[in-house]
Design a protein around this ligand. Sequence first.
Ligand SMILES: CC(C)(COP(=O)(O)OP(=O)(O)OC[C@H]1O[C@@H](n2cnc3c(N)ncnc32)[C@H](O)[C@@H]1OP(=O)(O)O)[C@@H](O)C(=O)NCCC(=O)NCCS
Length: 180
Amino acid sequence: MTYPIRIVGDKVVLREFTPGDVDDVLGIIGDNKVTAWLSFDSRSRDQAIDMIEGAVERAQHEPRTEYYLAVTKRDNDRVIGFARIGFGGVQAGKLGYAVAAEEWGRGYATDAARTLTTYAFAELGLHRISAAIGPENAASITMVEKLGFTREGVLRDHVFTNGAWRDSVLYSVLAHEWQP
Ligand SMILES: CC(C)(COP(=O)(O)OP(=O)(O)OC[C@H]1O[C@@H](n2cnc3c(N)ncnc32)[C@H](O)[C@@H]1OP(=O)(O)O)[C@@H](O)C(=O)NCCC(=O)NCCS
């Protein structure tokens, strides 16, 4: 049983969500500055509660189908972001992440993505991890390229978000390529 898990990175801790995280989570997925870059529109408080309840419930599925984890700083349990790998395909996972806007630029997302990817290859036996990123999302593209992901191509009209279709650029990294 891999619940609950807690993974310690250099700058962040990845842990399971709890019902007490609602206000912090709303500060992330309810903020247009963050969701402008995500595949869903900003969420209300009720939707944030549903999101947490869904994550807690799915986390206890056996076997797990996703690792949707809260990101905190190492010395403070407040949620400053999330990182997720959802399973799909053959030993494959899709990576997603976000950090609260007031914490951008401090390396938290890089550390969260690196820590979760390392865990997925080393502990979960994944072979391939992909990330689908909006073509104009310079921060996210910079981040995955620095982490060693390879650009595969463009997924046309991949998501419908903020009232319009949006392409995604698909990046991936394979287990034997990963250098944490
Ligand atoms: C993408 C996101 C998660 C990055 O979070 P972060 O904690 O600020 O990331 P980091 O501090 O680890 O920085 C990542 C890299 O991107 C660079 N970067 C940040 N903003 C940038 C920008 N506007 N243009 C270009 N590069 C940028 C940083 O300088 C850093 O590179 P560095 O290590 O050389 O300095 C954050 O901007 C976010 O939550 N955005 C909204 C949600 C989102 O886009 N999620 C990903 C969907 S695919």
